[in-house]
Every structure is written in structure tokens, then in C-alpha cells.
Design a protein around this ligand. Structure first.
Ligand code: CA
Ligand code: CA
Length: 192
């Protein structure tokens, strides 16, 4: 056993479970997991050199953090998931107003955050961490993760069109076979 990065830790950097989610995800498409931490000032990454050693931590997005954007573990789930099908994980955060993403440029640097779905959020739809689990999973087989939320009335999804920016509005799925199209559309317009 050995230390590979002296950061992202309780003493090394002052990271706290109740404030700073940390993940392993491949950011570079080389099949080797990289370290990702949602710190006070934003998202920090330490890229895997390919052999289980890691580059020095770098701040890649000044958002999705406790101070940078006011993100809270008890309100705002955050994940890494590939939204674009390039094998490089992108950043996803369920904020107050909806789902925010920062797309990976393919090398562990990231585009500016953008809100892609105005639902599944603390304010937008009234989603709560203690009641409404939310995930990213590829529901369509195109290699691009979609949004899934367990709401009050059932399972809601928002399908990703493959570039991480164009999404269908939140809707309940699956619609029972034979349900009139008009009813599905009417249900879709309402939040949970
Ligand atoms: Ca990697
Ligand atoms: Ca990606």
C-alpha cells in the first residue's frame, strides 16, 4: 500500500465527505480511472499516468463546488458520466434550477457549465436527495448517458441526443403500450 496523491484527503487538502464528493472516472479515454474531486473552488482532477500514478491535482472547472456555485451534498447530487460517447467522462450536477453539465474536451479539460434540463433540481421540480434518487445511465444504447430520476409519482427520464447539450424534456417512462399519444404529451408538460 502506498500514497499516490497527497491531496483529496481529510488532512491533505481538508476534504470533507459532507461537502466534497469524490469519484474515480476515466477522463481521458485511456481506460485508466482518474481522480475527480468536487472541492470548495470547483472540480479538481488528478489524471492517471496510465500506471496507477497520478499527475498533480488541477482545477478544471470553477463551478460545481461548495463555494464555487454553492453546491451542497444534501441538495445537489453530482456525478461523472459520459454524455457524448467519446469514452471520456463528463461532469453532471443536479442544481437548484436543473441539470448542469460540463462536457469533457477529451483530454481532461472541460467546457463551461451549461444547463441542459430545467428539471430534476431542488427548485426545478422539487427534487430532494433524501426522497428522489437521480442517476445517469445510457437508456438508448448510443453510449451517451441519459438522466433518470425516481420522483414522487414514478421514474422520470430525459434522453440525451448524444452531444450532451440537446435533451428531451423530463418525462415519465416507459409509457404503457397503446397509451394515446396525446395523453403522453399532456403528462410530459407537467412536472412530477
Ligand atoms: Ca484515464
Ligand atoms: Ca464524454
Amino acid at each position: 500500500m502506498k500514497i499516490v496523491v497527497t491531496d483529496f484527503a481529510y488532512n491533505a487538502g481538508g476534504w470533507r465527505v459532507e461537502r466534497h464528493p469524490r469519484f474515480l472516472a476515466d477522463l481521458t479515454g485511456d481506460g485508466c480511472a482518474d481522480i475527480v474531486g468536487f472541492g470548495d473552488g470547483g472540480v479538481w482532477v488528478s489524471v492517471n499516468n496510465g500506471d496507477g500514478t497520478f499527475a498533480a491535482p488541477a482545477l478544471v472547472v470553477t463551478d460545481f463546488g461548495y463555494t464555487a456555485g454553492g453546491w451542497r451534498v444534501e441538495r445537489h447530487p453530482r456525478y461523472l458520466a459520459d454524455l457524448t460517447g467519446d469514452g471520456c467522462a463528463d461532469i453532471v450536477g443536479f442544481g437548484d434550477g436543473g441539470v448542469w453539465v460540463s462536457v469533457n474536451n477529451g483530454d481532461g479539460t472541460f467546457a463551461a457549465p451549461a444547463m441542459v434540463v430545467a428539471d430534476f433540481g431542488y427548485t426545478a421540480g422539487g427534487w430532494r436527495v433524501e426522497r428522489h434518487p437521480r442517476y445517469l445511465a445510457d437508456l438508448t444504447g448510443d453510449g451517451c448517458a441519459d438522466v433518470v430520476g425516481f420522483g414522487d409519482g414514478g421514474v422520470w427520464v430525459s434522453l440525451n441526443h448524444g452531444d450532451g447539450s440537446r435533451w428531451l424534456a423530463g418525462r415519465q417512462a416507459p409509457a404503457p403500450p397503446g397509451r394515446p399519444h396525446r395523453e403522453r404529451r399532456r403528462r410530459r408538460r407537467r412536472f412530477r
